[in-house]
Design a protein around this ligand. Sequence first.
Ligand SMILES: Cc1ncc(COP(=O)(O)O)c(C=O)c1O
Length: 472
Amino acid sequence: MAAVRDLKATEMAASGGDDAIELGKRHLIQPWPYAGSVGAEARALIGEGDGIYITDSTGKRLIDGPAGMWCVNVGHRREELARVMYEQAMALSYNTPWYTMNAPSAELAMRIAGHAPDDLSHVFYTTGGSSAVETALRFMQFYNNVRGQPEKKLILSRGGAYHGSTYLSASLNGRPRDRDWMDGADELVIKLSSPDPFRRPQGMSLAAFTDFLVDQFRDTVARVGADKIGAFVGEPVQASGGVVIPPDGYLKRIREICRDNDILYVSDEVVTGFGRLGHVFASGDVFGIDPDMITFAKGVTSGYFPLGGVIISERLLQELRRSNHPDAMFGHGLTYTSHPVGCAVALKNLDLLEESVLSHTRAVAPYFQAQLKTLEELPLVGEVRGAGLMGCVECVADRESKDPLQLDKDVGKRIDAHCHELGLLVRPLINMCVMSPPLIITREQIDDMVGILREGISRTMDDLRKEGVWRG
Ligand SMILES: Cc1ncc(COP(=O)(O)O)c(C=O)c1O
């Protein structure tokens, strides 16, 4: 033990600069690791951020292509946000939400409700997106228990979905690979098809594909029984599944089936919320739906503080208040529910969004989409798609088969490595590159971003050809 302690002391003295990477390799377990390198992985060390840029430990400045993790919406180094966090921590750094409350959380809930569709009036705060989805599902279970429908608990989810990394939220995930080595509450979840137009059967029209998805949903409800299904959880745009834009009218039709069958519709806006599509929430303003619950996180604080939440419909709360079980307790709460510092920074972040960032996003998004689309000229690119300031470049072996390069599953990582050299951080996803920069990005910066991406893909094509992996 003494030897271990001495080693730790030496390491601590040596820490700083590049040593941080070495210390991380020895002591950090990074998220999403592989067994072969778990607890022993060096990742690029980021030291600073400013606007849409981050700087790594070698001093290289990079465009933050994924805005952290779809979250740094108003950009890095916003003094207003830093100041409000300092001021709130000096005024009140924490209060127990078990018996007390704070003002920023109440004001923020009022303002969030003002942006949410229909009667979504109340907010339950969490620590991030996974805990928000978890909260929505536990609320559904509680609600149906109190209503005397304890059998009504199954959850509908879809292929390509990503809803989190806690046990129940992760059980909903439908992306390839995520669940290969992981357990889940599979008995509670039914998976439906991803509404991915690019991957629809060859020769099928978009209208027929939409009908197929809606029929599959309706048939599943009929087969399993509406009295067994508690909720449908869906991202308006499947984000980490590769920016899957659902066909027109699909979400509205699913919403109607849910309403007709008393199935709660949970719209997971952890990525799409707080500006990514040019509105605070996309469910109503972009897709014209009024869910029973909306989950949010990430952009609510632009990543400056870990905060998430669920907005819940007044109708559901009234039903509970009027039920025959006024003593039934929703046994759910987190130490950091309604955190005053998180809520204070979220209020300031919302000011910035409302003042200019939302309108800027709406103005610049068509240019962003058009410029990204030019990458379809490259033969490795099967499709470029997107909405607002989120986009995806999907690579394929050839456009006929749409084979996602089975021989080289990590083509996204190869592109990312080249782009890193050239000054752009990319979010690689198997055969895809996802782009979701800070919402303050300008046209000139979009040109830089797309230029680097074009060069990174071209270099990757050269590598693949040289290695004989691809003959495009
Ligand atoms: C749609 C969606 N839901 C939930 C989550 C989980 O959020 P968190 O990582 O904050 O727990 C994510 C994370 O990327 C997400 O994209």
